[in-house]
Design a protein around this ligand. Structure first.
Ligand SMILES: Nc1ncnc2c1ncn2[C@@H]1O[C@H](COP(=O)(O)OP(=O)(O)OP(=O)(O)O)[C@@H](O)[C@H]1O
Ligand SMILES: [Mg+2]
Length: 358
């Protein structure tokens, strides 16, 4: 997938702008508060239907408007061009794919698989498991289309089971346990399979930035996998009834990064942690390209704030060799370093919400 043309309307201080990006790397520079992150945010909204820095959409919509619009002409992996559009106001949303309305976020996400690296991304390894679960599931979702229906069915069964637990009706729980076990085991196998493919790609990337041996990525299924899921559900029933929710299952899954038998997040430096997270994200996009020829799109906000000069240069070399479209921001043009070796790029200057190719 490549963005061929992008239209942004009423996102933060951007009133109305059109960009024709390069299929390779797109650099955006401009002073603080010029609107660089707003560009990244607009693209992110088009793929994910939400912002990466505000929990609601209202603060993203330009003060003078009551809705925002982002649309793009895209080139898909199969060679077709697809028009994507999203319109959001503080209460409702509307997606369009080739002029056809859809209510499914997932349709948009499949058409525009994107990954983002921004100053808060580094919480991925630090924060609670939900972020890591979402990260993992983005990869699984794009890798295998059977994952999403299994996950949805699991969630449905989980909701039903939790309602019965809250209402203290254990007599009907068996019916939902069967569904939970069937789809829950399926969700877990998809994640396991994905991580097996993901690991070598990740190791290959991290080794370009850090010299590290003996890296392990360990999936925590969300239940004690020495036992089968049904047994764990039965053993937990009393506790589940007491608290009114299901304690074990793939909705509690997580993964750990382990280096030489130690949990990476507990002892690596801040800089190393950033490189790990960056490599995890690059690996997802790389794997998507390897497996599906579907180039994902990579967004990097605040490039210079995140990496030292040497690693920035290495990252740009990596990106220029990777078959992937990237959008990268920095305050100063010099923050990108020497970009003469990059063949396929465009440079944009952002000022007061206006974007001009230079
Ligand atoms: N809803 C909104 N309507 C209009 N302007 C907004 C809105 N939300 C934020 N802004 C303003 O938009 C401008 C651009 O913000 P943005 O975060 O994109 O800047 P930036 O170029 O990424 O800056 P920095 O280099 O500091 O990261 C800021 O001046 C901000 O105050
Ligand atoms: Mg910014």
């Amino acid at each position: 997938m490549t963005l061929l043309k992008l239209d942004i309307y009423a996102v933060r201080n951007i009133h109305k702008e059109t960009i024709v990006p390069a299929s390779g790397i797109n650099f955006f520079f401009g002073k603080n508060a010029s609107g660089k992150s707003a560009v990244i945010e607009a693209i992110y909204i088009l793929g994910r239907a939400r912002s990466f820095r505000s929990s609601t959409i209202k603060p993203v919509i330009n003060f003078d408007q009551n809705q925002l619009l982002v649309s793009a002409q895209t080139l898909q992996a199969n060679g077709s061009t697809v028009h994507l559009g999203i319109k959001l106001d503080s209460k409702s949303f509307c997606y369009r794919i080739n002029q056809q309305s859809t209510q499914k976020r997932s349709d948009l996400a499949y058409s525009l698989p994107l990954q983002i690296i921004h100053p808060k991304s580094y919480e991925l390894l630090d924060a609670g498991p939900q972020l890591r679960r979402e990260f993992l599931d983005w990869g699984v979702f794009n890798d295998d289309e059977k994952f999403l229906p299994a996950w949805r069915n699991f969630k449905k069964a989980l909701q039903q089971r939790n309602s019965l637990l809250k209402a203290k009706h254990p007599e009907h729980i068996n019916v939902w346990d069967k569904e939970l076990v069937y789809y829950g085991t399926m969700v877990n196998s998809h994640r396991q399979l994905y991580l097996q493919k993901f690991k070598p790609v990740f190791i290959d990337i991290i080794n370009q930035f850090l010299e590290i041996n003996d890296i392990e990525i360990k999936l925590l299924a969300g239940w004690d996998t020495d036992k089968d899921f049904q047994q764990v559900l039965s053993e937990d029933l009393e506790k589940d009834l007491r608290y009114g929710f299901t304690h074990s299952g793939p909705h509690r899954a997580d993964f750990q990064l382990i280096i030489s038998n130690r949990l990476a997040k507990d002892y690596v430096s801040r800089g190393q942690l950033k490189l790990f997270v960056m490599s995890l994200k690059l690996a997802q996009v790389q794997l998507l390209t390897n497996e599906h020829g579907n180039m994902g799109c990579l967004l990097i906000d605040d490039f210079a704030a995140e990496l030292d000069v040497i690693n920035r240069a290495k990252l740009l070399i990596y990106l220029s060799e990777m078959d992937c479209q990237a959008f990268i921001t920095a305050a100063d043009i010099s923050d990108f370093g020497d970009i003469r070796h990059i063949k396929n790029y465009k440079m944009f200057h952002v000022e007061h919400g206006n974007i001009k190719q230079v």
